[in-house]
Design a protein around this ligand. Structure first.
Ligand code: URA
Length: 467
């Protein structure tokens, strides 16, 4: 029997590769994880790196490695041997094992993956950064969180994308991670007693939470499931819950009287103040439709609050979703060029989208996974519409330019045909001068080169007439 020490997925993968190449059967290996190691410390045994192997490693399905990366973060001590046993079976005549969902090992792996995914979701929802009073020039933020599993490395890239412009650290009892606006750095775990717990952000967050709390939807058991009680000590809004629950029946009655709050729209998440800063802050937590579940973040409109021209697109694309700004991908580049030709400075206008979350379908391509844009449906457009209306109300533009059919139909109605009515000035509830023109992405997608040039010219003409 061989004993192998492993702490991380990489340790396990290296060791498993060597054992497999040497033909070592799962029944001849004892896997010892970090937490269990102290029990066995007297008798040193080979580490993953020391354990030499012979022969070649059979190829392993990619889906298994993905699964293993998640399962490796689970706290269950039997995970390493379960993973090696499954790997052995996959490479010894059961190549399609993962499709046999009734198999005990596969079932257990799937349950563990689910537990880890759920924990990552909770970490994304419950991490609250607090500003550190460092006195330095640069603002630093820190959060302390207690995940159920060892998920810091799986979850950290999400925070790097979402809070890419901040210098932050997330401390957990197992491990800590710091983002310096360029790369992630991992360090040892930190006990709760060393994490800061008071600052001004807390009051801002509480005010926001109280404004989105919907008394008509309170289900205490579901709330405890979604926001487990063990996370409450690190959540500033948790101190409000008792009061909000006490007031809920009276507030729900008031909402019934005013017929407010029952449709599934962004109206539930509207802040009291209608300025762009408050709107943007509130929209960051919008859950009016399911698109927030897969998107990286809300991509709210950007630009001058006193802009005379508002440009409205369809929804953020892949780049926008990652960077958190509208029209920064290929369509944005074409738009920038067209604005320049029309003599309009991007910083003078306000640019937004009808739908504020990226909708996509993930597909496998020979070069890896790709996120393919999907058109938002009418329910998603309807759910998101209050944000656009609030942005237009806050700005009061002189001209609205709809980029493409989705934006035009959202403002002019479903019958609007961009091929017929492009460039015509019309009056809408929001503005006396509202026009629609080509969406830059539609121009990029056009296969016919001469038609593409014509559309590009027409976009510039329409923007010039707006100017
Ligand atoms: N397409 C859009 O409609 N909006 C963006 O922000 C980017 C691409």
């Amino acid at each position: 029997m061989q004993s192998i020490h492993v702490d991380t997925f990489d340790d396990w993968r290296d060791a498993a590769r060597r054992l497999l190449a040497s033909g070592v059967s799962p029944t001849d290996v004892q896997w010892i994880g970090g937490a269990e190691r102290s029990l066995f410390d007297d008798a040193p045994s080979p580490t993953a790196a020391e354990h030499g192997g012979r022969g070649t490693t059979p190829s392993v399905p990619k889906a298994f490695l993905e699964l293993a990366r998640y399962v490796a973060c689970h706290r269950e001590s039997g995970r390493w041997s379960l993973l090696y046993r499954t790997l052995w079976r996959l490479t010894h005549g059961e190549r399609h094992l993962l499709q046999v969902t009734t198999d005990d090992d596969v079932h257990q792996l799937m349950q563990m993956r689910k537990g880890v995914s759920r924990d990552i979701h909770k970490m994304k929802a419950f991490v609250r950064f607090r500003k550190l009073e460092t006195g330095g020039a640069e603002e630093q933020f820190v959060a302390w969180h207690r995940p159920d599993h060892r998920i810091v490395r799986l979850a950290a890239p999400f925070f790097a994308r979402r809070f890419g412009g901040m210098h932050w650290s997330i401390l957990t009892p197992d491990e800590s991670v710091t983002w310096d606006q360029t790369s992630l750095h991992y360090g040892p775990g930190v006990p709760a007693s060393e994490a800061p717990n008071q600052d001004a952000l807390e009051d801002l967050w509480k005010a926001y939470y109280a404004s989105i709390f919907n008394p008509a939807r309170v289900k205490v058991a579901a709330m405890k499931r979604e926001m487990p009680v063990r996370h409450w000590p690190t959540l500033p809004e948790a101190t409000l819950i008792d009061d909000l629950l006490r007031q809920a029946p009276a507030r729900a009655d008031a909402m019934i009287q005013t017929n407010e709050g029952f449709a599934e729209t962004a109206a539930h998440f509207m802040p009291e103040r209608g300025d762009l800063v408050s709107l943007r802050l509130a929209a960051a937590n919008c859950r009016a439709c399911p698109l927030h579940q897969c998107a990286t973040q809300t991509v709210f409109g950007e630009g001058s609050p006193s802009a005379r021209i508002v440009l409205v697109g369809e929804q953020p694309g892949d780049r926008e979703d990652i960077q958190g700004h509208p029209f920064v991908g290929p369509a944005g580049k074409l738009l920038d060029e067209a604005l320049k030709h029309a003599g309009i400075e991007r910083r003078e206008v306000y640019i937004t989208n009808v739908v504020k979350h990226f909708k996509f379908k993930e597909t496998e391509t020979p070069r890896g996974k790709r996120r393919l844009h999907q058109k938002p449906d009418s329910r998603e457009i309807y759910a998101c519409r209050p944000w656009l209306e609030a942005e237009l109300a806050a700005i009061g533009p002189q001209v609205i330019v709809c980029l493409g059919a989705t934006a035009a139909q959202a403002l002019f109605g479903r019958d609007f045909a961009i091929t017929k009515d492009r460039g015509n000035v019309m009056r809408t509830d929001w503005c006396d001068i509202t026009i629609a023109t080509w969406h830059p992405a539609a121009i990029l997608r056009m296969q016919d080169a001469s038609r593409q040039t014509q559309m590009r010219t027409q976009l510039v003409e329409d923007l010039t007439s707006v100017k």
